[in-house]
Design a protein around this ligand. Structure first.
Ligand SMILES: *[C@@H]1O[C@H](CO)[C@@H](O)[C@H](O)[C@H]1NC(C)=O
Ligand SMILES: *[C@@H]1O[C@H](CO)[C@@H](O)[C@H](O)[C@H]1NC(C)=O
Ligand SMILES: *[C@@H]1O[C@H](CO)[C@@H](O)[C@H](O)[C@H]1NC(C)=O
Length: 513
């Protein structure tokens, strides 16, 4: 960052600031929001989702200890980690993706998170996940990949502190492999090892060792986890298979180690694994190709990678296909993401916001990349796009999330004057355990709390709910889980984006003196 800044001439810098200024000042349709506030709240969400024994520093005080016997039946300590969404299952695949995206947020925008005074909280959010993955990876070829199950969990509506549902743990191993969940967990731990490299080198090395082993395990014993761990079917089936997770893991391991072996894996398997074949308009807990392609594009900056120029450029062209699809600039409707009438990325009706936050993240990272290359344009089928337009697009999506939309509704819970108040979230919808320790049974929660038209007694600050339908309509009802449930991986990319937008806004404030 410093080096690039020095190289920029004054005129470049002025142009850059002017362009940014125009993004923040000119667009009446997208007023800016308080991104510091949004960032602070986004990190509170991860505290609300904590399973296990809560630390003294816990700021979300309507939560208490829970899941303290997780793994006990199987003789393994699986206390900790994150509840996935509005339920209490600990699903390994999306949890790992959440931690990967939190880590990527910090790797990309850590200095801006620090400027806002939130770096410690962001790093804690990563560590709450990685501490759990260390426990869950009990030997080289064994990874515990789920605690609890969707069937029994969803039968009850209880606070996590009262849980009476099954807490059985499920694993993948040599005989029942799961290359997708092993690969994603390897990616998460490798990415997190970069986060801890300077501040906690011992922990960073520990994460890296786990990541390397998990990658070897996933690569050597190939299999889809949902075929070998049937309990996850209907909840987090890995539809895209495991090829994307293996490439993604190798890519993060390369970033973490600089070991050429991992880069070779990404290059040699590019074609076979669909890394440069599939044109895809979705980036999610299931489908990681676009993320891999953007990371591969970043490698082109360094001289030493030019011997792989040909392959890396093929990855890059797919990355640009994805970016163009977000801007609606590929030729043909099916080559683009969909949009709501109000201009929000729209992929599908159930938890659509996950695709918005991941898309806003990748377009922002790609905008930065074009800046670093000093490339003024990205060529799409239907025209050129500037890095400023990419940034503007990302900001538009985020501003929509924060309330610049037809309903004036913030979909980030607890942000702004109007936000969803009946979030589909067991803990938030029932009075706090700390205030009322009286046991609330499995179906009692349904009887007394779920159906209530009152707002939730607890606000899950920073949760990004599923969001509106394709006509920008949203029904704030607990039973409307497609729209009012939030997931940990929805918020994770926002951590980086909020920090960057906050920084840009501060830069403008200072530049105007
Ligand atoms: C933004 O929100 C923070 C609270 O998180 C507050 O301290 C700050 O004053 C707000 N900034 C503006 C400009 O309103
Ligand atoms: C878009 O695709 C159609 C159908 O293949 C083609 O006729 C048209 O020329 C393309 N437009 C551009 C701008 O490439
Ligand atoms: C949203 O806010 C705008 C501007 O304040 C106002 O004109 C509009 O009526 C509001 N829409 C709704 C649905 O509240």
């Amino acid at each position: 960052m410093e080096k690039t800044m020095k190289k920029l001439s004054i005129s470049h810098l002025c142009c850059f600031l002017l362009c940014i200024f125009s993004i923040f000042a000119s667009t009446r349709s997208t007023p800016s929001h308080n991104y510091t506030d949004a960032l602070t709240k986004s990190l509170l969400y991860f505290e609300a989702q904590r399973s296990g024994r809560l630390p003294y520093s816990q700021r979300v005080t309507w939560r208490d200890n829970s899941g303290l016997t997780d793994g006990l039946e199987q003789g393994v300590d699986l206390v900790g980690g994150y509840y996935d969404a509005g339920d209490h299952v600990k699903f390994g695949l999306p949890m790992a993706f959440t931690v990967t995206m939190l880590s990527w947020s910090i790797i990309e925008y850590g200095e801006y998170i620090a400027v806002a005074g939130e770096l410690d909280h962001a790093v804690e959010a990563v560590k709450w996940g990685t501490d759990y993955f260390i426990k869950a990876h009990t030997s080289a070829n064994v990874l515990w990949a789920e605690v609890g199950d969707g069937y029994t969990d969803h039968y009850c509506w209880q606070r996590p502190e009262d849980m009476t549902t099954s807490r059985q743990a499920y694993k993948v191993d040599e005989n029942n492999p799961g290359s997708d969940v092993a690969g994603e967990t390897a990616a998460a731990m490798a990415a997190a090892s970069i986060v801890f490299r300077k501040t906690n080198p011992r922990y960073s090395r520990l994460l890296l060792r786990h990541a390397q082993q998990l990658f070897e395990f996933g690569d050597k014993y190939r299999g889809k986890y949902d075929e070998n761990m049937g309990v996850v079917k209907n909840y987090y089936t890995s539809v895209s298979g495991y090829n994307d997770e293996l490439l993604w893991a190798a890519m993060w391991l390369y970033k973490a180690t600089d070991n050429h072996r991992y880069l070779s894996y990404v290059i040699d398997n590019a074609d076979l694994f669909g890394g440069i074949g599939w044109s895809i308009t979705e980036f999610s807990w299931d489908v990681k190709f676009a993320g891999i392609q953007v990371l591969a594009s970043q490698l082109l900056i360094k001289e030493k990678h030019l011997k792989h120029k040909n392959m890396l450029e093929q990855y890059q062209s797919k990355a640009e296909y994805y970016i163009c699809s977000c801007l609606g600039k590929n030729n043909g409707t099916k080559n683009n993401v969909g949009f709501t009438t109000g201009g929000l990325i729209y992929i599908r009706q159930w938890n659509n916001m996950q695709y918005v936050s991941s898309g806003a993240f990748l377009t922002m990272v790609y905008s930065d990349l074009l800046h670093k290359w000093n490339r003024k344009m990205l060529k799409c089928d239907l025209g050129y796009v500037t890095p400023q337009e990419l940034l503007q697009f990302s900001k538009y999506q985020v501003d929509y999330i924060l309330g610049s939309n037809p309903l004036n509704m913030s979909y980030l819970v607890g942000f702004g004057p109007k936000f969803p108040t009946r979030v589909h979230h067991r803990g938030a919808s029932i009075g706090s355990y700390r205030e009322n320790k009286g046991f609330i049974g499995c179906t009692e929660g349904y009887d007394n709390w779920y159906g209530s038209s009152d707002p939730n007694p607890n606000v899950v600050f920073g949760a990004l709910v599923g969001g509106p339908d394709h006509k920008d309509e949203f029904f704030d009802k607990r039973g409307n889980f497609m729209q009012t449930e939030a997931c940990t991986y929805n918020t994770a990319p926002l951590v980086g984006i909020f920090a960057k937008l906050n920084y840009l806004e501060e830069t403008i404030l200072h530049a105007s003196y």
